[in-house]
Structure formats: structure tokens, C-alpha cells
Design a protein around this ligand. Structure first.
Ligand SMILES: [Zn+2]
Length: 270
């Protein structure tokens, strides 16, 4: 292994003038002025975990943090990723919140020659906010669900998501509300795609019924033990009861044969 002393001569670094990236990097990072006195002491490796840190020991965590800086945090992250969520619903809502749904305004901004009109109402240009909250079709779905409870959700999707997590001090209420919000967004997006690919269009009350069915199925699933577990538990219990009954009857019959009464205390003294 070469020492610093061997890498320089007459106060000049012995580095090729080639254009290789490594050589260019070395020329950039090495100090232009050599130390006044070089000696033959053992060289020591020092590591800068970031451009602003002091040279010292290598730290994998600090290097990782520098290479992968923490992104912006959003207040809608927690309301989206909760335990009882329906994964495909959560995924579509997450795509919407990250503005990753391929709505027509986005496709046109990429130069694609597609119509601009909303697939749900055919009256206004399609964008994420229009499609999922502002459209007269979507608005009817939203208000249809929350009007019955006397609730009026905010206007924008971001505000609705945050609002759904702070609706009540009871966690269960908020969970149901979050499941509903995700189901609405998912079904609106699915119906929009259905109109695009198969020209099938559903009136708002039909879509609302479908959302209600999804919610009922979800609640049923959460409240009932799966049938196969119930059956297996019942089978084991039945087996034990039958075995116990056989033992008791055989025991009493034996006692009867040896001259005792057929009715006797089960754990009597012989
Ligand atoms: Zn519309």
C-alpha cells in the first residue's frame, strides 16, 4: 500500500493527467498544497460521511442518510396506511395523493392526443381534483354518504383524508371513515376506467350501492371468525367429549360387573 510520501515528489502530486473519472476526482479532492513536512509514518484512512462532516471513521448509517436524504413528510401519510385498510383501495388513494394517477390533463401535458373532458361528467376538463372531488358525479357520491351522518367533509382530497382521521375521539369511528374514503376514491377511479375501456357507465346511486356492499363485506370479515377455524375447533371439542363419555360409561360398567351399583361416585375409594 502506498503512503502519501510515495504519491508525491518535489511538492507535486504524482497523478496522471488522464481524463478518467477517478483521476479527475482525485485531482479535485486532493489539497493543492502539500504538507510542509512529509514523513514515513503509517498513513491513516479518514472518511468524510458527508461533505460537511469532519473527517473521521466510516459510518454506514451516516453515509446512507447522506445518499438517501429523508424526503418531505406529509400529514396524510398516517391516515392512509392503517391496519384495517383494504390494500388495493389504499394503493389507489396513495397514487392519487402522490399525483400519480394518469388523468387526462396529465396525459395531455405529456403530448398525448387524448380528449380533455372528464369521463364522469363529460362537461369539464379531467384532472385529479376534478375527477375525485369536484365533479358533479363525485360530489353526489361524497355528499350521499356523509349527508346521512350530518357530516360535511372538506372540499379537497388532501383535506378529506386528514379530516377522516380526526373525526372522532373513537378510533373505530375514524377507521370506518377512512375505509369509506378509500373505497369512494377507489370506486370512482375504477368507474372512470370502466367508462374509458368498456363504455360502461353507472349512475351515482349504483356506485354508492357497490361501495356499501364493499363496506358491509369488510365489516363482516372483521367481525366473524373464519368458518374453517370454527369447524376445526368444534371437531376437536366434540372428539374430547365423545372420548370422555366412553371412558365414564366403561368405568361404570366395570364397577357394575364386580358387584357394585351401576350408579356410584366416579372417583370413589375401591
Ligand atoms: Zn366531471
Amino acid at each position: 500500500m502506498a503512503t502519501v510520501n510515495q504519491a508525491c515528489t518535489n511538492s507535486i502530486w504524482l497523478i496522471s493527467r488522464g481524463r478518467h473519472p477517478i483521476l479527475r476526482l482525485l485531482r479535485d479532492v486532493l489539497p493543492p498544497n502539500l504538507p510542509a513536512s512529509l514523513n514515513s509514518l503509517q498513513d491513516e484512512f479518514l472518511w468524510k460521511n458527508s461533505p460537511s462532516s469532519e473527517a473521521g471513521d466510516f459510518s454506514s448509517s451516516k453515509t446512507w442518510d447522506f445518499l438517501h436524504p429523508v424526503g418531505q413528510s406529509f400529514n396524510w401519510t398516517k391516515p392512509i396506511w392503517f391496519k384495517e385498510r383494504i390494500p388495493r383501495h389504499t394503493f389507489i388513494l396513495w397514487m392519487a395523493m402522490r399525483d400519480r394517477l394518469f388523468t387526462r390533463d396529465k396525459l395531455r401535458s405529456w403530448g398525448l392526443n387524448v380528449p380533455s373532458s372528464c369521463l364522469l361528467c363529460d362537461a369539464y376538463p379531467e384532472s385529479k381534483s376534478h375527477l375525485l372531488t369536484d365533479c358533479i358525479y363525485s360530489r353526489e357520491i361524497w355528499t350521499g354518504f356523509f349527508r346521512r351522518s350530518g357530516l360535511s367533509p372538506p372540499v379537497s382530497l388532501e383535506e378529506i383524508v386528514v379530516w377522516s382521521d380526526s373525526l372522532s375521539p373513537q378510533r373505530k369511528v375514524n377507521t370506518n371513515c377512512k375505509i369509506l374514503v378509500q373505497a369512494i376514491v377507489y370506486c370512482l377511479w375504477r368507474d372512470r376506467n370502466s367508462r374509458l375501456h368498456s363504455s360502461n357507465s353507472k349512475p351515482p346511486h349504483v356506485l354508492s350501492k357497490e361501495i356499501q356492499t364493499i363496506l358491509r363485506a369488510k365489516h363482516r370479515h372483521q367481525g366473524v371468525i373464519p368458518l374453517h377455524l370454527v369447524l376445526s375447533f368444534q371437531f376437536v371439542i366434540s372428539l374430547w367429549l365423545v372420548a370422555a363419555a366412553i371412558v365414564v360409561v366403561a368405568y361404570r360398567f366395570f364397577w357394575f360387573l364386580v358387584g357394585g351399583s351401576f350408579v356410584f361416585p366416579l372417583f370413589g375409594v375401591f
